[in-house]
Write a protein of this length. Structure first.
Length: 81
C-alpha cells in the first residue's frame, strides 16, 4: 500500500493508457495466456476509478470468462478484491 497520495496519483495517471487498452480489449486479453495476468494485476493494483472501468468492461463477456481456461483466473481476481 502506498502512503504517498501524490505518488499514487502520478502513477495512476501514467497507467491510464494501459487501463484504456485493457478496457478496449478486455475479452481478448482476459482469455490470453499472458494477457489474463495483465488484467489481473490491473484489477489488483489500479486506483478505484480505473479498477471500476475494467470491471464494467468485463460485464458483457463475463459468462465467457467464467468458463475460459485463462478468463476464469481474471474472474477469480475480481471475486478476491
Amino acid at each position: 500500500h502506498n502512503d504517498n497520495p501524490d505518488l499514487a496519483s502520478s502513477l495512476s495517471d501514467e497507467m491510464q493508457f494501459i487501463v484504456d487498452d485493457i478496457v478496449s480489449n478486455v475479452e481478448s486479453l482476459s482469455t490470453h495466456r499472458y494477457g489474463c495476468r495483465v488484467v489481473q494485476r490491473a484489477i489488483e493494483h489500479c486506483v478505484e476509478d480505473q479498477k471500476n472501468k475494467v470491471l464494467e468492461s468485463m460485464i458483457s463477456c463475463h459468462q465467457k470468462l467464467v468458463v475460459d481456461q485463462y478468463g476464469n483466473y481474471v474472474v477469480q481476481q475480481v471475486l478476491a478484491c
